[in-house]
Each structure stands twice: as structure tokens, then as C-alpha cells.
Design a protein around this ligand. Structure first.
Ligand SMILES: Cc1cc2nc3c(=O)[nH]c(=O)nc-3n(C[C@H](O)[C@H](O)[C@H](O)COP(=O)(O)OP(=O)(O)OC[C@H]3O[C@@H](n4cnc5c(N)ncnc54)[C@H](O)[C@@H]3O)c2cc1C
Length: 508
């Protein structure tokens, strides 16, 4: 819900006023890090959050030269990494911000490990395996996973909340940002709304306001305006809390934002057969109908039953490729040997076998997949003809495509799309499986322009005094798709820049 209502007069005498030094909007990845950093400097810190709870803190954190990486003997060449990230974005980024992240990420990631994980017997495990077999899909071992035993994930949100409360941070839930208040060019606080009693009140912030509301992926109106293709190619939004409130509030006081869209799309959205993309944009916070197997380079075909791209690509690329096909959706087709193939694919990041949780081993991946057969989102058939019919795909085309893939796989050379031989697997052993897939928008990245102090910029590229942004409310860092070969960058961009914003605001 976006409670921005600029037409109202909030300057009435009966409106309640509370005061703080640093005010943070949003108790998510950037917001809680900002709060901890401000509180560490000894300033009075208040966080408002529109929901009853803090948001999920992400388990895979990117970083360069973190303690976990040092323990694992991992060394990343930062110049190569920054050039890769900038090139991935075709340099539509503020490259200085990327260096800033690289240079500050370890301090932020280590802070989480030392202050939040270790007191609870958990740690970060750095993943050394980048499986760099194909230079086209170069990857960097940036990922640090929060874990207790290296095989399961350690969810640390509750510990983080306890930690900041112990540090003196006040958290006000069910409270939403309505608008920023500005006096003589300086942001002095906000108008807020208590979502329980629907009453408006003011919060004065003497040192600054930090916007951490997490982008706008839940707001279909803003998506149609700023990123219309995202609405067509994605059938799920996995960040239902993020409706653009922070970005809009800042723009209402003269801030500028990135002009080109950027976002994180994953290729794991199961679509009920027969559903059109324009009729589906499911908002979920619980990984609803999320198929891990879909990020594996199995055969993918368009709604005509024809292969249309090399399936061995970063997560978002196959969804981008499908957006050039009729209907924006695509089908994945595979056979009963998929467990064996998944192990041999050697995929990366959270698509790899061995990723804690659902993908810890082949048996878990198979069980995760089979549950969707029971739900009717994956169909199973004894013959390919039956499979095509169940998926509403043209039977002749699918038979032809599968015959060609099997031929290429026997030759060991993908003459059509250049997939690596070890990922070119046949569809030959019944029962056959298939499903329809579309994108999942995890978050948007195009945000407010900020400088290295995380100050929000106005049209003259001058900072708006006492206004900061971090996480997906802030921009300049990503362009187009998410570089998933630099795993954990999204959460770490939020946490690292949140930490910098908190420190900076506390200095005023
Ligand atoms: C399923 C999923 C898995 C992911 N996994 C990873 C991963 O492993 N590694 C990685 O790097 N990235 C991951 N990401 C991306 C990562 O979560 C985001 O980039 C990151 O959370 C952004 O942080 P943020 O602080 O900007 O926003 P958030 O963490 O979303 O926090 C924003 C907070 O602001 C609150 N808020 C919104 N509007 C208002 C308002 N008007 N008033 C008050 N409060 C408000 C929201 O309720 C929310 O709590 C994942 C995303 C998803 C959806």
C-alpha cells in the first residue's frame, strides 16, 4: 500500500510529534544495517516499518575479501570484478559506486557474522566453486551463506532485530511513510501514518532520514510506467512489501532516479497450464510455486514447441529470451534421468546441487520437483505426444524438437545454440516431465540517484540535505538484469550501503 497523500493538510495542532536523530524508513536488509550503524555511533535511532514484522534478511551475502572467504582461501581480483559488473551493465552505472561496494562489502558482511551470527553459533560459509568452464558465463565466488553446519541455512532476522534493539534502536511497526518534510532545503522529518488506528503523526529527525523501502516491484502502476516489460515477462513478484513509497516520497521533494529499468528476475515461476502472462502477477513472500529445477539447463521451448535459446545462461537470460517469443512464457521438458543430469550440470549459486536447503542433494531436488506434479503444475506422461497435449504444445513441433535435441546430444555438439556438451542432455527416458514457466521479479533496482555518502541527489546532482537512500530505493548500481554470476550482490548492496548511510547520517 502506498500511503503517499500530498493533498492533505498535516499542519494541524492536534497532530502528534515525536523526535529522533536518525530516522530509517523500512526494516529490511538496508534499513536494519543502517540502524545498527547509526546506533553504533551513539545517536538516537528510530526505524519505522509498515508491516508487523521486519522483512526477511537474505541468507546469501556477496562480498570481497570477507573473513569467510579468507578462511576458504578465496581471493577475488577486485578490478576484474568491477569491470565485469560495469560491462554487464554496459556501463550504464556509476562505476564509482561499484568500487565503493567492493571496498566496503567485507566490513559490512563481517559485521553481520561477528555481531549477529557468531553469538548464536552460526557463521558465514564462502562458496569457492565458480565452475568456470565456459568463459561466456564467467562467475565470481562472492557468495557468503549464513549457516550453522555448512549444509543448512541459518535464518538470522530475529537475531538481528534483537541485536539492534539491544543497541538502543527503537522499532515502530505498522507505521508507514506518508511524505517527507522539508524546511529551507533540508529534510527535517516525515509525516507518518499509524496503520492500526489510521492516525497521522509527524516524526522529526535532526540528523537525517534514510529511505530503505526496497524498490517498487509490488506496484503495478509504477512498473507499467518505468519497466513495462517486467510486468509482461514476470508472473510472480517475490517482494510484495516494496511498492515504491520511498522513491516516490523523494521524487516529490525534487530527487532524481535512474532513467533505465533494472531488476532481478529468476526463471523459476511455475505457471498453471493455459494461463496467459497478462492474467498473472502473483504477489508472494513465501516462494509460492517456485521451481528450483527451472534454473537448470534442461530443454526449454516456446509455446510453438520450438527451442529458442541456449538454456545454459544466467537465470534472467532465458526469461529475457522468452520475452522475444509469442506469449512471453516457455515450457521446460525433461525426462526421468533429471536427478543424474542436475548433478552433472554443475550449475552455480542458488541453482547448484549442494546449495543449503531444497537443493542440498539430488534427492531433495527430486522431492521438491515431484511435489509440483501432485499440484498439477508439472505434468508427467508416458509418451511425448501425451506430454505435448497436456502442456497445450503443438505435438508435431515438440516431437521434432526433442528428436533434434536427442540427435545433437548423441553428437555431443549443440549445432543450433552452442550449449556446452556436458549440459546437452537427451529427453529419452519415460516418464517425461514438462511445465510452463515465466519470470519471478525478486526486486527492482532502478532507484534514486545517490552519491558515495548515500545522499540523495536533486536535478543539479547536488545532495538533498539530510536525505539518504540505500538498498533498492537507491540506484546507479545495476542496469537491466541482475548479474547472478556475482552471487549475493543484491543483498550485500543493500546491507553495505545501508551501513554506510547509517554511519553518514549519524555524523551530521
Ligand atoms: C525470494 C528472494 C530471495 C532473494 N535472495 C537473495 C540472496 O540470497 N542474495 C541476494 O543478494 N539478494 C537476494 N534477494 C534480493 C534482496 O532480498 C534485495 O535486493 C534486498 O532485500 C533489498 O533490500 P532493501 O532493504 O532495499 O529492501 P527490503 O529488504 O525489501 O526492505 C524494505 C522494507 O521497507 C518496508 N517498507 C516499504 N514501504 C514502506 C513504507 N511506506 N513505510 C515503512 N516501511 C516500508 C518493507 O515492508 C520492507 O520491510 C532476494 C529477493 C527475494 C525476493
Amino acid at each position: 500500500m502506498n500511503t503517499n497523500d500530498d493533498s492533505k493538510d498535516y499542519n494541524t495542532t492536534d497532530i502528534k510529534l515525536i523526535s529522533t536523530e536518525v530516522l530509517i524508513i523500512g526494516a529490511g536488509n538496508a534499513g536494519l544495517m543502517a540502524a545498527a550503524a547509526a546506533a553504533e555511533k551513539g545517536v538516537k535511532t528510530l526505524v519505522i516499518e509498515k508491516e508487523h514484522t521486519i522483512n526477511l534478511l537474505r541468507l546469501s551475502l556477496g562480498g570481497v575479501d570477507t573473513n569467510a572467504q579468507k578462511r576458504a582461501g578465496i581471493k577475488i581480483n577486485k578490478f576484474e570484478l568491477v569491470e565485469y559488473l560495469a560491462a554487464f551493465a554496459q556501463h550504464n552505472v556509476d562505476e564509482g559506486l561499484i568500487y565503493h561496494w567492493v571496498n566496503n562489502s567485507a566490513e559490512a558482511v563481517n559485521w553481520v557474522e561477528d555481531n549477529v551470527l557468531q553469538p548464536h553459533g552460526a557463521h558465514l560459509r564462502a562458496e569457492p566453486d565458480i565452475g568456470e568452464k565456459n568463459p561466456i558465463y564467467k562467475a565470481f565466488p562472492t557468495q557468503n551463506d549464513a549457516t550453522k553446519d555448512d549444509n543448512t541455512f541459518a535464518s538470522y532476522g530475529k537475531w538481528f532485530q534483537e541485536k539492534v534493539e539491544e543497541m538502543g534502536v527503537e522499532l515502530l511497526f505498522d507505521t508507514s511513510l506518508v511524505k517527507l518534510e522539508v524546511d529551507n532545503g533540508t529534510v527535517t522529518g516525515i509525516v507518518a501514518k499509524n496503520l492500526i488506528d489510521d492516525k497521522y503523526f509527524k516524526i522529526r529527525a535532526t540528523k537525517g532520514v534514510i529511505l530503505c523501502t526496497g524498490g517498487y516491484s509490488a506496484n503495478k502502476e509504477l512498473l507499467s510506467k518505468w519497466n513495462p516489460l517486467a510486468l509482461k515477462k514476470n508472473v510472480y513478484n517475490d517482494s510484495p512489501r516494496n511498492d515504491g513509497a520511498g522513491i516516490m516520497a523523494a521524487m516529490n521533494v525534487g530527487a532524481i532516479k535512474d532513467e533505465a529499468p533494472a531488476g532481478c528476475t529468476f526463471d523459476r515461476g511455475l505457471v498453471p497450464i493455459g494461463t496467459r502472462t497478462e492474467d498473472m502477477y502473483v504477489q508472494t513472500e513465501t516462494y509460492q510455486d517456485w521451481l528450483w529445477l527451472a534454473s537448470h539447463p534442461l530443454l526449454k521451448v516456446n509455446v510453438r514447441g520450438e527451442r529458442f535459446a541456449n538454456e545454459s545462461t544466467p537465470y534472467e537470460f532465458i526469461v529475457n529470451a522468452a520475452s522475444k517469443q509469442k506469449g512471453y512464457l516457455y515450457a521446460m521438458i525433461w525426462d526421468s534421468n533429471f536427478g543424474k543430469y542436475a548433478a552433472q550440470f554443475h550449475t552455480l549459486g542458488c541453482a547448484r546441487i549442494g546449495f543449503p536447503g531444497y537443493m542440498a542433494n539430488v534427492e531433495k531436488l527430486k522431492a521438491d520437483t515431484e511435489q509440483y506434479v501432485d499440484k498439477g503444475l508439472i505434468v508427467k506422461a508416458k509418451t511425448l505426444e501425451e506430454l505435448a497435449e497436456k502442456l497445450h504444445l503443438p505435438v508435431e513441433n515438440l516431437l521434432k524438437t526433442v528428436a533434434r535435441v536427442n540427435e545433437l546430444s548423441a553428437q555431443g555438439v549443440d549445432q543450433d545454440f552452442g550449449k556446452e556438451a556436458y549440459r546437452l542432455t537427451p529427453v529419452a527416458q519415460a516418464p517425461y516431465y514438462g511445465c510452463m514457466l515465466g519470470g519471478r521479479l525478486l526486486c527492482t533496482f532502478d532507484g534514486l540517484r545517490v552519491n558515495k555518502k548515500m545522499e540523495v541527489l536533486d536535478e543539479d546532482y547536488a545532495p538533498i540535505n539530510h536525505l539518504y537512500a540505500a538498498g533498492n530505493d537507491s540506484g546507479g548500481f545495476f542496469f537491466g538484469s541482475y548479474p547472478d554470476r556475482v552471487p549475493g550482490t543484491a543483498a550485500s548492496h543493500a546491507q553495505t550501503f545501508g551501513r554506510l548511510a547509517g554511519k553518514q547520517a549519524a555524523q551530521n
